[in-house]
Design a protein around this ligand. Structure first.
Ligand SMILES: Nc1ncnc2c1ncn2[C@@H]1O[C@H](COP(=O)(O)OP(=O)(O)OP(=O)(O)O)[C@@H](O)[C@H]1O
Ligand SMILES: [Mg+2]
Length: 744
């Protein structure tokens, strides 16, 4: 392969695909990102000095270093792969933590998709096949794409050869005018006489009619057909990219809605096992990554392979000797990659790790800015930042040095091959075994050759990363769903059956989140309709868990929960939940106006109803004091109102829903005691025909409850009214005494 992607050849090259980034050759071995979407990642390190001239390579970064890459194994930044690629020895200073940070920093270095994120599929082939299967519905379009791409490659491979013909016409024309007055045979004989055998051979091989000059008609015809070839190839490339974008966008759309649908069918326990960020990333980044991979690998692979085959074919057809000369560069640059590549990769990993560290440090000191000041750690923060900054500086220097020497070496190799081709080709022209235009075409081919080779190398990484993403998505799609609701056919209760008075019975329920830690062993309970039940007990006692079971967020391991005498397991989840309003420990408010947030409880509620609910929860006057009143837009995390106000809003939301069962889980913990009491009282007023569960740590607010359950370690240890429990002198009495002492 020749090389030097920087050298401006002044020759037309294969036009660029819409979805393809040709300028960006793939990274050095083991380096993160091959080009996706034609963008480069500006990474932390500064760009090294670029060789001048020609096509502009993107800023040097771990992700963009032009040159072919032996399709190395995994070339990403994931902790596993980094570790795999970075054998011990020189990397002793990189801990697992560092590798994780490196992967994170790399993934977050730009918007995630500028390079394929780290990833290695566990079962590559099955996942890869299934990923391709996403496109099976688009077979006709795929066929058109393949056809367009084949024709485009043929056209662009043919062009240099035809252009070479133009050179021949000019060269021969110039010679012929110089020879006017003689015949070709006479000129050859004259040259041989003078001992210029080579020249004579060359002249003999040429198609020359002396005196005729340059055949401009023929020249114009050739140039026009070259133009047509390139225009045709450009159009087909555009068509290919356009169609490909269409189908990948469609399949992306489909995949995303599949994932979204699936998420609603997954049981809550799935979300416990999965980190929220990871789930989000599957929904967004992984889907994107799969699409990009499909886009890339489909158009890219086909075009690249065809181009390589076509160009190689043309090179050998022009001259096999010259082709062999051109191919010498392949093992040579392979050697350079083999030696410098791994070292450079390790250096980059270290650089990313340091970048990750600094990011974490900066994040910490900003988000904890107040605390940094409170504890007087400003100097310490500054010092440790300075130290880490220094380490990043050193790491970046080294990485840049290594990657910086790679290009020049490769360029020298490339130029050597260029010179070799020129010398050998020139000799062949002189000896008449090759025409000048053919050498010119050959040089152009040798340039065309390295590009797809590099692209294939980069693609290997992209495909791997995309397959890993696809695997994660498939894993989600395959995850076990909630047990389907028992329908009527299964002997269940018809959906929407009229609700009874609302007696809740819990019979010998056993439950634990994970098999190895037992939580609720044997819990029984009966709640009369309209009662207010308070659940108290130490942190971690299982209060929230009990509520989760009542709502059927989790399925009991043993025992039953009956609603009006019917096993909730035989009802649809919707039926269980539709009469229940719930206010959770952490208030959940979305970005939107206060009015919208309250109305979320019942979309049909009128403005008057929304305001009435707010009044009942004593948040009305607070809202009205805001400049925009009910139309105040809550920021993300509702950071613009106080914690207590957030809670009151969520209670108002539950009020608006008008549920027959109301569950308040520590819903008023951030509200002052007076407001809390008022809210309780408002609820008491609303309580007719309504069963409420109130979980509270402040006993003063629940003394009016009909029943107080004291939970400890997943068991109900005491049960009764406030007075009864005080009289009993048990756990509740002790709890009460301690709070009373505090309050006093
Ligand atoms: N989703 C979960 N997965 C696994 N374990 C959990 C889960 N939720 C809670 N637990 C564990 O179950 C136990 C009971 O938790 P629960 O949330 O019911 O406590 P709680 O009584 O509501 O406490 P608090 O007063 O702090 O709200 C705790 O030990 C907790 O660590
Ligand atoms: Mg709780």
């Amino acid at each position: 392969m020749t090389t030097d992607p920087y050298r401006s050849t002044g020759q037309p090259e294969r036009p660029e695909l819409p979805g393809e980034a040709r300028e960006q050759a793939p990274p050095p071995p083991g380096h993160s990102a091959p080009p996706i979407r034609g963008r480069s990642v500006p990474p932390a390190p500064p760009p090294p000095i670029e060789p001048s001239g020609g096509t502009t390579p993107s800023p040097a970064s771990p992700t963009t270093r032009p040159m072919a890459e032996p399709a190395g194994p995994d070339a990403t930044g994931s902790p596993q792969s980094v570790r795999a690629a970075a054998p011990s020895g020189r990397d002793d200073d990189l801990s697992d933590e560092d590798l994780r940070l490196a992967a994170e920093a790399q993934a977050g270095s730009d918007d995630w998709m500028s390079g394929p994120p780290p990833g290695k599929a566990e079962a590559f082939w099955p996942s890869f096949k299934r990923m391709l299967g996403l496109l099976t519905d688009f077979k006709p379009t795929l066929a058109v794409i393949a056809l367009a791409s084949i024709i485009a490659v043929v056209l662009s491979v043919a062009a240099p050869k035809v252009l070479g013909e133009a050179t021949n016409v000019i060269f021969e024309g110039v010679l012929s005018s110089a020879m006017s007055g003689t015949t070709k045979e006479a000129a050859v004989a004259a040259l041989e006489e003078r001992g210029m055998g080579d020249m004579a051979d060359m002249l003999r091989a040429l198609d020359i009619r002396p005196g005729e000059g340059i055949d401009f008609v023929r020249l114009r015809g050739i140039l026009l057909s070259v133009l047509a070839l390139y225009v045709g190839a450009a159009f087909l490339n555009w068509l290919e990219g356009y169609l490909l974008n269409q189908i990948t966008i469609k399949s992306l759309y489909r995949l995303r809605s599949q994932v979204e649908d699936k998420i609603h069918r997954l049981p809550l326990s799935y979300f416990d096992r999965m980190q929220r960020g990871e789930l989000l990333s599957r929904l967004t980044n992984d889907v994107d990554n799969v699409t990009n991979t499909l886009q890339q690998s489909l158009s890219g692979a086909l075009t690249s392979i065809l181009t390589i085959v076509g160009v190689l074919g043309m090179m050998f057809s022009i001259s096999w000797k010259l082709a062999l000369v051109a191919l010498i560069i392949v093992p040579l640059s392979g050697l350079v990659f083999g030696i410098i590549g791994p070292r450079s990769q390790r250096a980059f990993t270290r650089q990313w790790a340091r970048t990750g560290r600094i990011n974490t440090r900066v994040e910490e000191s900003f988000s904890g800015h107040a605390l940094v000041r409170v504890y007087g750690r400003t100097d310490w923060t500054r010092e440790s930042f300075a130290q880490e900054n220094e380490e990043l500086y050193q790491a970046a220097l080294k990485a840049q040095f290594l990657s910086g020497i790679m290009m020049p070496i490769l360029m020298v190799i490339g130029n050597l091959s260029y010179v070799a081709i020129a010398v050998v080709g020139g000799a062949m022209v002189a000896s008449g075994s090759l025409r000048l235009g053919d050498v010119q075409a050959f040089i152009q081919y040798s340039q065309q050759f390295s590009q797809p080779l590099s692209q294939l190398g980069g693609m290997a990484t992209a495909v791997q990363s995309g397959t890993a993403s696809a695997e994660r998505i498939f894993e989600l799609l395959d995850a076990e769903e909630e047990t389907p609701d028992a329908g009527e056919s299964a002997g269940g209760v018809p959906a929407g059956a009229p609700a009874g008075p609302g007696v809740i019975e819990v019979e010998h329920v056993r439950f634990s989140y994970s098999p190895d830690t037992e939580l609720i062993r044997d819990l029984s309970l009966r709640v009369e309709p309209g009662h207010t039940v308070a659940i108290v007990g130490p942190t971690g006692a299982g209060k929230t868990t009990l509520v989760n079971l009542l709502m059927r967020f989790y399925e009991v391991d043993a025992g039953r929960i009956l609603l009006d005498g019917r096993d909730t397991a035989s009802m649809t989840r919707h039926d269980v939940r539709r009469r229940t309003g719930m206010v959770l420990q952490d208030p959940w408010l979305f970005e939107g106006t206060i009015r919208e947030n309250i109305r979320y409880g019942r979309p049909g509620a009128t403005d008057a109803e929304v305001e009435a609910a707010a009044q009942a929860c004593f948040v009305d006057h607070i809202i009205k004091a805001l400049p925009q009143g009910y139309d105040t837009v809550l920021e993300e995390d509702a950071a613009n109102i106080s914690a207590g106000e957030r809670q009151l809003l969520t209670i108002a939301r539950a009020f608006v829903a008008g549920p027959s069962v109301l569950i308040l889980d520590e819903a008023t913990s951030s509200v002052d005691t007076r407001t809390e009491l008022l809210v309780q009282r408002a609820m008491n007023a609303l309580r007719q025909g309504r069963t409420s569960f109130i979980i509270a740590h402040r006993l003063s607010t629940i003394r009016d409850a009909d029943t107080i359950l004291v939970m400890e370690h997943g068991d109900i240890v005491e049960q009764g009214s406030h007075d009864e429990l005080l009289a009993a002198g048990g756990a509740y009495a002790r709890l009460h005494a301690s709070q009373f002492a505090e309050d006093a």
